[in-house]
Write a protein that binds this ligand. Structure first.
Ligand code: GDD
Ligand code: MG
Length: 395
C-alpha cells in the first residue's frame, strides 16, 4: 500500500520552532512529528510514503546541514536552518531526513514537490503516478499535523466493509468551526454533508485529516490548486460514495503551541495504557513522563505530569518540570521551574529561572539565572537577560 502525507505551509503557528526545522520535523514526544505517522503506516504494511511538499525554493537556512549531536540517534543529522542564513533549502533538510529514515525503517520515502501550492487535493494529482500501481489498492492520505493512535487497520477494515470510494476518519470536538465538519447517516457512516470551516453550527464531528481513498478518486482531481475538503469530498458525498468512521482513541491537531501541549498530554495518557514501560518511573516522577535514556536528571527534581525530555538533555538538581517539552540537548540549571512551555533544541534555562504560560523558546536560546518568562515566544539564538512579564514575541 502507498500513502501520501500533506506537508505544506511554513508552520507559522509553530514559530519559532519552525524557524529551525520544517514543521513535520519538529519533535513531538521525542521524535519528529512525521515519524509517528510514518512508523504507524509501516506497521500496517505501507511500503511507500510520498511527502507532498510545497516549501518555496527561495527560503534559505543556515547552520550545519549535518549537525553534530549524539552520534547516530535520529534527529541529530537532519541539520538546522534559519530564515536569515545561508543558502540551503528546506527541501534539502527534508531529503536528508528521508535518506536516514528510509534505511532505518525499511520503507520507501519520496518527495513530490510543488512549485506553487496546490492545496490539499492538487498534490494528489501531482503524485498520481506514485500513488497508483497494478494492485488497484486504496491509498492513505494524511494531514501532517495530526496526532492520534493512527487506527489505520480499522480504517482499512471499514473501507472494505462499505464499498464506497473514499473513507475518512472523524472525531468529536467542542469547537468544530475551525475544522471540516462531517454529517453522517448514523448506522452506515455514509457522509451526508461535508462543510469546511462552517460559519454556523452543522455538527460536532470533524474531519480528522486521515483518509483512505480508492485510486478512482484521482480521476476527480485536476492538476491545479484544489481543496479536497471544499471541492472533492462534497462531490463524493453527493454521490453517496464517501463514508466516515469515528476514530477510536485520542486525536489532536498539534499545529499550534497550546494544542501541541494538550496533544502531548493525550499522547502520554495513551502511551500509559498501551505500553507503560516506556514511561519514566521513580520517586521524582509525577504522572506521565517520557525521558530519553541519554538524558541526565539531577537530585531532588520533581518532574511531571505530561513532560517529554529529549535526548542529550541535562536537568540539574532541584528542578521542577510540568506539562512541558524539553527538546534535544537542552540544559535546565538548578532549581529552575518550567511549566506549560516548550524549550527548543540546545537551549539553556538558568538557575532559579521560572518559565511558564506557553513560553516557547526557539533553538539555542539562553535564559539567564533568575529570569521569569510569562508566555515569552523567543526566536532562535537569543539571550534573555531580563524577565518577560507578559506574553510577547522576543526578536
Ligand atoms: N503539499 C501541500 N500543498 N500541502 C498543503 C497545502 C499545499 O498547498 N496546503 C495545506 N497543506 C497541508 C498542511 O501541511 C496540512 O498537513 C494539511 O494540508 C491541512 O492543512 P492545514 O492548514 O493544517 O488545515 P487545517 O488544520 O486548517 O484544516 C484541515 O485539517 C483539519 C484537521 O486538523 C482540514 O483538512 C480540516 O477539514 C480538518 O478538520
Ligand atoms: Mg492543521
Amino acid at each position: 500500500m502507498k500513502a501520501l502525507i500533506l506537508v505544506g505551509g511554513f508552520g507559522t503557528r509553530l514559530r519559532p520552532l519552525t524557524l529551525s526545522v520544517p514543521k513535520p520535523l519538529v519533535d513531538f514526544a521525542n521524535k519528529p512529528m512525521i515519524l509517528h505517522q510514518i512508523e504507524a503506516l509501516k506497521a500496517v504494511g505501507v511500503t511507500e510514503v510520498v511527502l507532498a511538499i510545497n516549501y518555496q525554493p527561495e527560503v534559505k537556512f543556515s547552520g550545519p546541514l549535518w549537525s553534530t549531536g549524539t552520534g547516530t540517534r535520529y534527529g541529530t543529522r537532519y541539520g538546522t536552518f534559519s530564515l536569515f542564513g545561508k543558502k540551503h533549502l528546506f527541501l534539502q533538510v527534508m531529503l536528508n531526513f528521508l535518506k536516514e529514515f528510509e534505511t532505518k525503517l525499511g520503507i520507501k520515502i519520496t518527495c513530490s514537490q510543488e512549485t506553487d501550492p496546490l492545496g490539499t487535493a492538487g498534490p494528489l494529482a501531482l503524485a498520481r503516478d506514485k500513488l497508483i500501481d497494478d494492485s488497484g489498492e486504496p491509498f492513505f492520505v494524511l494531514n501532517s499535523d495530526v496526532i492520534s493512535e493512527y487506527p489505520f487497520k480499522e480504517i482499512i477494515e471499514f473501507h472494505k466493509s462499505h464499498g464506497g470510494e473514499a473513507s475518512i476518519m472523524v472525531t468529536k470536538v467542542d469547537e468544530p468551526s475551525k475544522y471540516g465538519v462531517v454529517v453522517t447517516e448514523e448506522s452506515t457512516g455514509q457522509v451526508e454533508k461535508f462543510v469546511e470551516k462552517p460559519k454556523i453550527f452543522v455538527g460536532n464531528k470533524i474531519n480528522a485529516g486521515i483518509y483512505l481513498l480508492d485510486p478512482s478518486v484521482l480521476d476527480r482531481i485536476q492538476l491545479r490548486p484544489t481543496s479536497i475538503e471544499k471541492e472533492v469530498f462534497p462531490k463524493i458525498a453527493a454521490e453517496k460514495k464517501l463514508y466516515a468512521m469515528v476514530l477510536p482513541g485520542f486525536w489532536m491537531d498539534i499545529g499550534q503551541p497550546r494544542d501541541y501541549i494538550t496533544g502531548l498530554r493525550l499522547y502520554l495518557d495513551s502511551l500509559r495504557k498501551k505500553s507503560s514501560s516506556k514511561l519514566a518511573v521513580g520517586a521524582h516522577i509525577v504522572g506521565n513522563v517520557l525521558v530519553d535514556e541519554t538524558s541526565k536528571i539531577g537530585e531532588a527534581c520533581l518532574i511531571g505530569p505530561d513532560v517529554a525530555i529529549g535526548p542529550g538533555c541535562v536537568v540539574e538538581s532541584g528542578v521542577r518540570l510540568s506539562r512541558c517539552t524539553i527538546m534535544r540537548g537542552v540544559r535546565v540549571k538548578k532549581h529552575a521551574c518550567i511549566s506549560s512551555s516548550i524549550i527548543g533544541w540546545h537551549s539553556t534555562v538558568g538557575q532559579w529561572a521560572r518559565v511558564e504560560n506557553m513560553t516557547i523558546l526557539g533553538e539555542d536560546v539562553h535564559v539567564c539565572d533568575e529570569i521569569y518568562s510569562n508566555g515569552g515566544v523567543v526566536l532562535p539564538h537569543k539571550e534573555i537577560k531580563s524577565s518577560i512579564l507578559k506574553p510577547e514575541i522576543v526578536m
